[in-house]
Design a protein around this ligand. Structure first.
Ligand code: ADP
Ligand code: MG
Length: 476
């Protein structure tokens, strides 16, 4: 019987504030160690935390974006543990009463769309960092990151397999940038995921014992780590063993997960409400004010695109992958590009060009209005799809507008039936053998003849007409 991999993801998104969650120190990345650590961040006795209102506002933006409940009252708690980069001896987090409750995120999968339930999202502070290099065999502590505001976003165990987990992580990454609450920079640690993984026999409705994998600082590693971990667990279970619940670390160099520590229970942390901070009260007026300042959300855009442009849902999901891509599409459509054609090009040729160059949609080197002009030339039959790709390559390289390139490169499509007939006649006369093969039932010969016609005219003949004329002539 087949195994099924079950995944739940916890993400730490660094909130885009200038200062820390409980102090006025800067959150800018890359400063020399301990130059951005205030008395509060280094836990001097007698100091008191003061909550950063902007961090709360960004958490509320997230809650609204996923259709969650914004808790009218939430509570900061102390999560107690010892670690050298945590001078207070506890992390301020939210435990029993988080600010964001419930909600969901819709993700695009090749087989359709799926809704992933979000359990909760809570505010907390980041810890500092231990540095183990360049200290003559000793370790150093950098507290610049201590007190950086984080939103921890937790899913229900709704994801099945590494690919779905990856699609979720990408969708969440896109959303937090869309609503401008997190810069999403994974190298700098602004967006970090932990994956909880278990396996079970397909059809079983009980969950298996899970392991939590830490240290997933890229999408690719996340996918590989989950795949490895599922294989490891299946191997143990098939050999008659059982899974121990634990926290594991992914080692990208060896592509394996390793045990880090046995899973700690909530009671180990001795959570209790932080007496230095009042409960966080959020009024409906405040939530309404924040809602009024939100951009149009991906989910709303999707509904609108489906209705306004009659596009299939997978196209729509892809177009709304990022705000830049959606904006680009809308501007191209407004400039007259046929919606389906624009969707195909943005999700196909243009996406793959960006992908090859490691760029994002904000970096497309030609304005949407120029793309619209090229697509109009496909639509009116001036160029074939294939020739249009060559035109795009030129436009991409800054060689001018669509019309000028089509003329300069002689890429205008041949649609004159007489001209195409002459091309076809030439090819038929020169390929008696293939004509005979085709008439003897070899369909492959037909494709070869089409290919030769297209070669003769450097791909410029209208392919639909070539097919038609060729079939007609061969039928005789
Ligand atoms: P903790 O706070 O100890 O990490 P939670 O119960 O909050 O534990 O769960 C953390 C994450 O683990 C959630 O995303 C949840 O969906 C996921 N999870 C819980 N049980 C399983 C399981 N059996 N298999 C996979 N994921 C799970
Ligand atoms: Mg956890």
């Amino acid at each position: 019987m087949a195994w099924e991999t079950v995944v739940g993801i916890e993400t730490h998104a660094q909130l885009r504030t200038h200062s820390k969650i409980f102090s006025g120190a800067s959150t800018a990345f890359g400063a020399p160690p301990n130059t951005q650590a205030s008395a509060v961040d280094i836990a001097l006795p007698g100091v008191l935390p003061v909550l950063n209102g902007r961090a709360v506002e960004l958490a509320i933006r997230f809650g609204l974006a996923i259709g969650a409940t914004i808790a009218p009252k939430s509570v900061f708690a102390r999560k107690n543990y010892f670690y050298p980069d945590l001078p207070k001896g506890y992390q301020i987090s939210q435990y029993e009463l988080p600010v964001v409750l419930g909600g969901s995120l819709t993700i695009a999968l090749p087989e359709g769309v799926k809704t992933v339930r979000i359990t909760r999202a809570h505010l907390e502070e980041d810890a500092g960092k231990s540095l183990h290099e360049d200290f003559h065999g000793m370790s150093g502590i950098d507290l610049n990151r201590a007190g950086t505001p984080l939103l921890e976003i937790v899913t229900e165990p709704d994801l099945r397999g590494a690919k779905e987990a990856l699609a979720y992580a990408r969708a969440l990454h896109a959303l937090v940038r869309w609503i401008e609450i997190c810069d999403g920079n994974m190298q700098e640690g602004s967006f970090r995921c932990d994956a909880n993984v278990s396996v079970r026999k397909a059809g079983d409705d009980r969950l298996g014992t899970r392991c939590e994998i830490k240290n997933l600082n890229s999408f690719r590693f996340m996918e590989k780590a989950i795949e490895y971990e599922a294989r490891r667990q299946i191997g143990i279970l098939e050999a008659g063993g059982s899974i121990t619940q634990e926290t594991r670390l992914y080692d990208a160099e060896r592509d394996e997960t390793r045990s880090m520590r046995s899973k700690e229970d909530a009671q180990d942390y001795r959570y209790f409400p932080d007496p230095d901070l009042l409960p966080l009260a959020i009024s409906e007026e405040e939530t309404a004010r924040i809602r009024a300042g939100m951009p149009e959300l991906p989910a709303h855009k999707r509904e609108r695109y489906a209705a306004q442009y009659a596009l299939p849902s997978y196209d729509v999901m892809q177009l709304t992958e990022s705000r830049e891509k959606a904006d680009y599409f809308e501007r191209a459509a407004a400039a007259g590009a046929p919606a389906k054609l624009a969707a195909n090009w943005l999700n196909g040729e243009i996406a793959s060009r960006l992908n090859d160059a490691g760029l994002e949609f904000g970096a497309v080197p030609l304005p949407p209005e120029e793309l619209a002009r090229l697509l109009a030339r496909i639509q009116d039959g001036t160029v074939s799809q294939k020739a249009a790709k060559d035109v795009l390559a030129q436009m991409w390289a800054g060689k001018g507008g669509a019309d000028a390139i089509i003329e300069a490169k002689g890429l205008r499509q041949i649609s004159d039936p007489g001209a195409i007939e002459a091309l076809v006649d030439g090819v038929l006369a020169a390929n008696a053998k293939q004509v005979e093969d085709y008439r003897a039932g070899k369909e492959k010969a037909f494709n070869s003849l089409v290919g030769q016609v297209m070669n003769q005219c450097r791909g410029r003949a209208n392919p639909v007409q070539v097919n038609e004329i060729l079939r007609r002539k061969l039928a005789r």
